[in-house]
Design a protein around this ligand. Structure first.
Ligand SMILES: [Zn+2]
Length: 440
């Protein structure tokens, strides 16, 4: 029986949708390779986290007449790296956005997404920007550029990578990225803001009103974006709010402070070694910016101090359109702090394990770099969903993560043997490790 969202089901679905990818080849060209095979082959490299995966499987096919790219990723003929580049380069990365959406919808159908609902029943979607290509030489028509002082041009690719987070879980769900394009401008801040607006226009309509709390750092705490989320999309936000970039708001706070206009709350926590004092200050309805028509937002801060020494261990402040009270402020601080996961989980995994895979594949002339980046994030999403829904995967991952060998074992096994399916590969590993699958 095929379990909900089994790897086989996901791969089958991707194979079907990828057959519809636009094929930019002229009819006279050699069209023996399917476009879906090119996409699935590239995806397989990111999913296996192995730059040499395809080369090994081509060898294997030559010797055994069979290979794991066929059995595990549904690829009829493995194209050469060059052919993969040529086939995928003209395709814009948004062609893969529906694959992310489908995975998330399947999680919702299977009841797994409900566990991601946090404060006031909302999903927490954290925005963050990332640079995934930087070079003085390698570039394409979609690189953003910057001249340094000595006149040297630097080429970049960056993107907004929204992820669904939950405060108590290490898992984050990658949502479709929004690649920053040269038209977005030159300043990091302008680029990220433009890309976030584009992301919201494309993807926010999937969510019912009042079902999402968007999280982000200080650069998102600006009036146009906050108004867009609050009024146009009818959702919530919790954005970091720093004094340097919000002078008017902090002047207002200072005047309230003197007049005793800020509410407070204090909790004591034991961290296992010493006591901590968690002090909150909060106020509703303060102006986000100067001028005639400022948006009124709700502000809160958390300061954690060492109970004995009084030393500040942590401090941060946020603005939100959730109504604040001394009763809910600690929960909203948990929401605001859930943003750190973007940096710790998602980006680090990709930076240390994933991004370097792009280098092995090449950059392309049009969209290839952005397509590979998108497929990389999609692979990451599929791994996370397997951790959530697939008992065998979870057992193996948790057993082998301790020994840091999950991906090395996958590489080694698929180099020497052909497995008929993901299920048989996982069953082989579980048996070899003498693990017991818990009863369903
Ligand atoms: Zn480029």
């Amino acid at each position: 029986m095929s379990k909900p969202l089994s790897l086989s089901k996901i791969i089958k679905r991707f194979q079907t949708t990828w057959q519809e990818l636009p094929d930019h080849r002229h009819p006279s060209n050699n069209t023996c390779y399917r476009i879906a095979d090119a996409a699935a082959s590239a995806f397989s490299v990111f999913f296996m986290q192995s730059p040499s995966f395809l080369a090994h499987q081509r060898d294997m096919h030559q010797h055994k007449g069979r290979d794991n790219v066929a059995t595990l990723f549904g690829v009829e003929n493995i194209p050469s790296d060059n052919q993969i580049r040529n086939l995928l380069d003209p395709i814009t990365p948004d062609h893969f956005h529906a694959d992310f959406a489908w995975v998330i919808e399947e999680l919702e159908r299977s009841g797994q997404l409900a566990s991601f609902q946090a404060y006031a029943g909302t999903y927490l979607i954290a925005f963050d920007g990332v640079v995934f290509h930087s070079s003085e030489k390698i570039h394409c028509e979609n690189c953003t550029t910057r001249q340094d002082r000595s006149g040297v041009t630097h080429y970049y690719h960056s993107a907004i990578i929204p992820v669904m987070v939950k405060p108590v879980s290490a898992h984050v769900l990658s949502l479709p990225p929004e690649c920053i394009v040269p038209q977005d401008g030159h300043e990091k801040q302008d680029c990220e803001r433009a890309a976030v607006k584009r992301w919201l226009a494309h993807h926010q309509p999937r969510y019912q009103p009042h079902t999402v709390t968007y999280l982000g750092d200080d650069l998102y705490a600006n009036q146009p974006l906050c108004q867009l989320i609050d009024q146009t999309y009818v959702q919530f936000f919790v954005f970091v709010c720093k004094p340097d970039s919000h002078r008017t708001l902090y002047e207002w706070l200072a005047s309230l402070e003197g007049a005793d206009g800020l509410e407070t709350r204090q909790d004591r926590h034991w961290n296992g070694k010493h006591g901590e004092i968690w002090s909150y200050r909060l106020v509703n309805q303060v102006p986000l910016r100067a001028g005639d028509d400022p948006m009124m937002v709700n502000w809160f801060e958390l300061t954690i101090t060492h109970e004995e020494t009084g030393k500040v261990i942590y401090h941060n402040a946020w603005v939100t359109n959730h109504l604040l009270s001394p009763e809910n402020v600690s929960q909203l601080a948990v929401v605001g702090r859930a943003r750190w996961k973007v940096e710790n989980e998602n980006i680090n995994v990709l930076k240390t394990k994933g991004y370097n895979l792009n280098h092995n594949f090449g950059h392309g002339e049009a969209h290839l770099a952005n397509v590979f980046f998108t497929l990389n994030l999609l692979a990451f999403l599929v791994h996370t969903t397997q951790h959530l829904v697939n008992e065998a995967y979870r057992l193996l991952r948790e057993t082998l993560s301790v020994r840091r060998t999950f991906f090395n074992d996958l590489k080694a096994l698929t180099r020497y043997m052909v497995f008929a399916s993901w299920e048989s590969l996982f069953a082989f590993m579980i048996e070899g490790l003498e693990l017991d699958l818990p009863p369903p």
